[in-house]
Design a protein around this ligand. Sequence first.
Ligand SMILES: [Zn+2]
Length: 180
Amino acid sequence: MASPIGHSLAGIVCALAGTPRSGGFWRWVCFGIFAGIAADLDFLPGLLVGDVNKYHHGFSHSIISALIFGLLASYLSRWLQASAFRTGLVGALGYGSHLLLDYLTYDGRAPYGIPLFWPLNDHYWSSPYPIFVGIKHGEPGDSLTEFVMQGLSWHNLYAIGVELALVPVMLIVWYQVSKK
Ligand SMILES: [Zn+2]
């Protein structure tokens, strides 16, 4: 997985690409961050059962989940002062940016990758040419302390540095292309 910082940056750029001229800039930034990191809320059920990694990289990392997120996000259209279609589309794209980053990230733990096409098939997809280093957060069965200690490792600081260097470049290019 990429870090929450990389996912947030990707979500923000998706949201800003879709922000209407009528304004609501900071609301769209918050919306983008939430869309960008939402797939990793799959840590929460594991936290409740004392095994943080237990459900990570499950169905929340699938295209169908991005579409459902976009559908649900469209209900925020009034708050974001935009059409339901625009809100839902940007929500799905922001969520989808999470899937793209995780796909492009080296995954050092089984089942290696994300179940992009769940429930159509259970295959886990991972780029043969990963760009990002990947965050260490332990294995299923690790304690919360081990999860936190790995999260605070020098390796993760390096991984975040790579994301900070590469994600904005990739997304600014995409943003410029999408404006044409
Ligand atoms: Zn993820």
